[in-house]
Design a protein around this ligand. Sequence first.
Ligand code: KDG
Ligand code: MG
Length: 402
Amino acid sequence: MKITDAKVIVTCPGRNFVTLKVYTNEGIYGLGDATLNGREKSVVSYLEDHCIPALIGKDPDNIEDIWHYFYKGAYWKRGPVTMTAVSAIDMALWDIKAKKLNTPLFNLLGGKSRDRVLVYAHASGKEMNETVERTGKLIDEGYQAVRVQSGIPGVSHAYGVTREEKRYEPAGKGIPFEEQWNTSRYLQYIPELFEKLRATFGNEIHLLHDVHHRCSPMEAARLAKELEPSHLFWLEDPVSAELQESLRLIRMHSTTPIAIGEVFNTVYDFTTLVTEQLIDYIRMPLVHGGGITHLLKAAAFASFYHVRTGFHGATDLSPVNMAAALHFDLAVNNFGIQEYMVHENVVNEVFRINYHFEKGYLYIDNTPGIGVDIDEGKAAKYPYSMASLPVSRKEDGTMFYW
Ligand code: KDG
Ligand code: MG
């Protein structure tokens, strides 16, 4: 079998998505998600200018070798742009192999360890009552796990809260929108919010929260400790984890489970976090973490330290990634939970999906391969439109982590 061509499809049905399509001489093609929120065109360039010319002519069956060609073979390795491109190639090759063998992808990853995938949804509100009400709505819809973010009194734009009456979407049109931040107000408010959520909904529902990299190690330790009575499923990204050692401080002070890694790209970003058991869940998704080939190894490594997966699954990861993630989630033993932010309906006009939600879980059908397809005619109706993630400043104007 030979790769005869590959192309990159950029489409913006409400938000930008980048999809790699790899063609073979046997008429089978594979799809890979190559979306890197707010940096879409950088990945397009890396794929078109550097990867695709070298990919053509290779045997798509040799996934391991091709992965190392684009990873080990590149002197300028790692980083989100490079690794998103590597991920897209890898995902497309697994799609091709599974289609060729006429079997759903999970069968090539060891088969099913479970029949369904526990997911968590996003609830957010401008203030406490609205936040509690929206959490209740999701529970009524059948979700068993909910990530809860809320507007903070005195903070003009807290992370994760929808600015319009639509679902929360992180990227905005044009250059970055500037949000404001105040850590002390946040630290005061969040334990009260979760106390109220537990009092309202009881202990059965799984509650999650994303700090989105905004605390110092000691602030994060305080928050994790004060949230202990609310028994969170996890506290996500309590600190910006460039400095892996900073997680030691949080662990020293609290038993609240910690999830980290949606901005990581390789296993080297979290070796200390795993070997010292400083985290409980690893969030690095297939689309930014080197695809299925690298995540199989990273998840296996994490499993030896009892760290489970909890893949990133926001709306800026395309349905191709979501379906690939579901195959992975079904297969690996140390699966923990899957983030599921529902795409707008228009996205599912462009992408034909093969998964559905029922009573807290996602189910995927037995379509061979990853099982998602793209309608290129519809994709062409929605041209690329520049969008960026926000930036964040403290009230005195100091640049901060978003
Ligand atoms: O592109 C960035 C978003 O996907 C991110 O801000 C969402 O933190 C996020 C999450 O946990 O889903
Ligand atoms: Mg997050």
